[in-house]
Ligand binder design. Structure first.
Ligand SMILES: Cc1cc2nc3c(=O)[nH]c(=O)nc-3n(C[C@H](O)[C@H](O)[C@H](O)COP(=O)(O)OP(=O)(O)OC[C@H]3O[C@@H](n4cnc5c(N)ncnc54)[C@H](O)[C@@H]3O)c2cc1C
Length: 388
């Protein structure tokens, strides 16, 4: 296709997944258009903010396997762009020693020979000062884990995409998708046509998929991104080599609490709860439930005595959850040239480069380089609505 409104592929949504997909397509010499409804950069979706955790510690082998290559792809982008996107800090995993979840995390790392250090109650304080390990809790460190510089990563990958001739049109909301051998995409400003379309619309995924007759069982929730003040500045600082952490469950909650060392805001450590309240992505700030903050306050007062147990900064972000919290990466059941990545369930950022590669392969009609069965929509069966 050669006319200006005609592309090999159109990617809808310039969050982490769409941006990496567009970059992969451009690397494969595809004439690619990346459409974004807001002016870039923006903070209305799921990929904004300075930091995210990268780790191999997972309960399931398939994520750990994908992360092996994904670390390489992050490093490759750093080299190509000459930008630092990752800082190794390690990830401290804590949880009831005898719980299924804690054991799964530990076993997955051990089975896959991921560098790790097991801590016991005698050496814990020496390695991780200023954290109280609960009685009965075990702890280990996923050594290669760390922090990704999220905003910088998005800017970098979008810049690399443009350097390869890719076109980004921001402030252009997609208003219609007409499936067919050539897909027609209408926006608030123009109409485009492409051989294939990738939908990576984050919390808005179902609104876009509705144009194709498909609805996924996705739940959109607002997450309060809380930063907590160090009583003595530097106590939990990235420069003092304080790690990221993941608490699988605790007295306060059966659900994850996770945190990152103080870094982006001096003297403030980011600690969040892996649960939020349902929201409409266009009305995110109307959601004011703070019950998650109460849980965090109780945990921080007990587990992090060096922090003031009152959030100093609260920002907002959105999770798009699937029922099993595994991603959706698949082809449309009726239109094989429409593919989508959705439902990244609050843990998709680190996978951006590999999701981009997989969605690019699907868009090109290739066999994907990983077994995508954990991510296919047929696992939902009765929960997936198709009008087709
Ligand atoms: C508080 C918080 C902490 C997290 N921590 C981690 C972590 O430590 N590690 C990790 O790996 N992951 C983490 N995640 C998850 C990760 O950030 C998300 O999984 C990821 O950002 C999802 O990216 P996305 O591209 O699918 O969605 P988004 O970033 O939301 O991108 C979708 C884009 O599509 C655009 N769009 C939607 N509709 C249209 C339309 N009609 N027309 C044009 N454009 C459209 C949107 O504006 C948006 O820019 C966290 C998430 C949150 C909220």
């Amino acid at each position: 296709m050669s006319a200006s409104g005609e592309y090999d592929c159109i990617v809808i949504g310039a969050g982490v997944q769409g941006s990496f997909t567009a970059h992969q397509l451009a690397k494969r010499n595809q004439k690619t258009l990346l459409l974004e409804q807001f002016v870039l950069p923006h903070s209305r979706g799921s990929s904004h903010g300075q930091t995210r955790i990268i780790r191999k510690a997972y309960e399931q082998d398939f994520y750990t396997h994908m992360m092996e290559e994904c670390y390489e792809l992050w490093a490759q982008l750093e080299r190509e762009a000459g930008v630092k996107l990752y800082r190794q800090t390690g990830l401290l995993v804590m949880g009831p020693e005898d719980s299924r979840s804690f054991q799964l995390y530990k076993n997955t790392l051990q089975k896959n020979n991921v560098p790790m250090a097991i801590l016991n109650c005698d050496n814990f304080c020496q390695h991780i000062p200023n954290v109280n390990l609960a009685v009965g809790d075990g702890a280990f460190v996923d050594i290669t884990a760390g922090v990704l510089y999220a905003d910088r990563a998005l800017k970098t990958v979008q810049g690399q995409f443009e350097k390869l001739g890719g076109v980004i049109r921001d402030q252009e909301k997609v208003t219609d998708i007409k499936p067919g051998p050539v897909v027609t995409v209408s926006t608030s400003a123009d109409v485009y046509r492409a051989k294939s379309v990738v939908i990576t619309a984050g919390p808005w995924a179902n609104r876009l998929l509705a144009h194709t007759g498909l609805q996924l069982p996705l739940k959109v929730v607002k997450i309060n991104v809380c930063y907590w003040k160090e009583k003595i500045p530097g106590t939990y600082n990235v420069k003092q080599r304080f790690p990221c952490f993941l608490l699988t469950e605790s007295k306060e909650s059966k659900v994850h609490i996770y945190g990152l060392p103080s870094n982006e805001y001096p003297g403030l450590m980011k600690i969040c709860y892996h649960v939020g309240s349902e929201t409409d992505p266009d009305q995110r700030d109307k959601q004011t439930d703070r019950s998650d903050i109460d849980i965090l306050q109780r945990y921080i007062a007990r587990g992090f005595p060096g922090l003031v147990p009152e959030p100093a900064v609260v920002e907002s972000c959105i999770y798009t959850l699937t029922p099993d919290e595994h991603f959706v990466v698949d082809r449309h059941p009726s239109h094989s040239n429409i593919v989508f990545g959705a439902g990244f369930s609050g843990h998709g950022f680190k996978f951006g480069p590999i999701i981009g590669k997989l969605l690019c392969e699907l868009a090109l009609g290739e066999v994907p380089s990983y077994d995508l069965s954990p991510f296919q929509i047929r696992r939902f069966q009765d929960k997936t609505k198709s009008a087709l």
